[in-house]
Write a protein that binds this ligand. Sequence first.
Ligand code: DAH
Length: 336
Amino acid sequence: MQEKIRALRERTEAEIGKTDTGRALYELKMRFQAELKTVMSGMRELPKEERPAFGKLVNELKESIERQFEERAAVVRKKELEAKYAAERIDVTMPGRKFRPGALHPVTIVRNQLIDIFSGMGFKVYEGPEVETDYYNFTALNTPEDHPARDMQDTFYLAEKLLLRTQTSAGQIRVMEKEKPPIKILSPGRVFRSDDDATHSPMFHQMEGLVVDRGITLCDLQGMLAEFARRMFDSSTKVRLRPSYFPFTEPSVEVDLSCAECGGKGCRLCKGTGWIEVLGAGMVNRRVLENCGIDPDEYTGFAFGMGIERIAMLKYGINNIRALFENDVRFLEQFR
Ligand code: DAH
């Protein structure tokens, strides 16, 4: 019996010394306790007078081993913590990770600026659908089928009478059908045309404006445009109206701004003319008002539409529209 106890003690002590993880130590402890139990069960076979001495031995073993377990556990825990700290060590002198803060896209910047300028003049924003019917995009805008003006825009058709809107002007009809004058809306959004070169993209953005009320004249349009030009570019910017043609306006005008690059003297940007074309506009055609149930003898209105990319290109001196769609961060981060 004494031999058994001594063997268990020696073996356990040796193993404790070799164990170096908390988990292994725990398992060893469980094993020791099981073995000790087996040894103790042998007590029954001993003569009565030998039992007290045996019990004393077992208790001593138990206490001694338990103490050793505790001591070892403290050592192991310390080692484990040190290893953990070493693995998680951070060098606070190392340069930090670089974050590239995002920036608004130049088209978004200009769009927001336009909304800001025009909402300051009392315009409300209305956003129409990008998928339109032939009626809203053309017919109601006084461009019936077979009308030659349909060729001005290369349209993406989705179905017989369904298309991707080619102009935000379609929104004018939706607004005038629902609301009666006074109307003063601004309609920004994406438009689509089968067109692709240095200054045209199959998808681009327009900003449409519409004002309908009693007594609206071309002078109101001109005055508003002058204010817009001053605020969008600079206070010396001049506005020029040239006669033009759009089916939904009569008269129609093309609007030029004095070239910001050369101040109107003539340069490469304005092709020596001193003027840059920025938008189309005009007095809303009577037929369009009639199509929306507004009496053209009582009400008049003006409308205008501009390409947001075009304004952004002029404002920032960008010469290829593709730069606005490629999402090259080296280009985009210049607008931070
Ligand atoms: N919708 C025209 C275009 O895409 C631009 C335009 C011209 C809009 C005259 C208007 C306007 O509202 O009155 O070319």
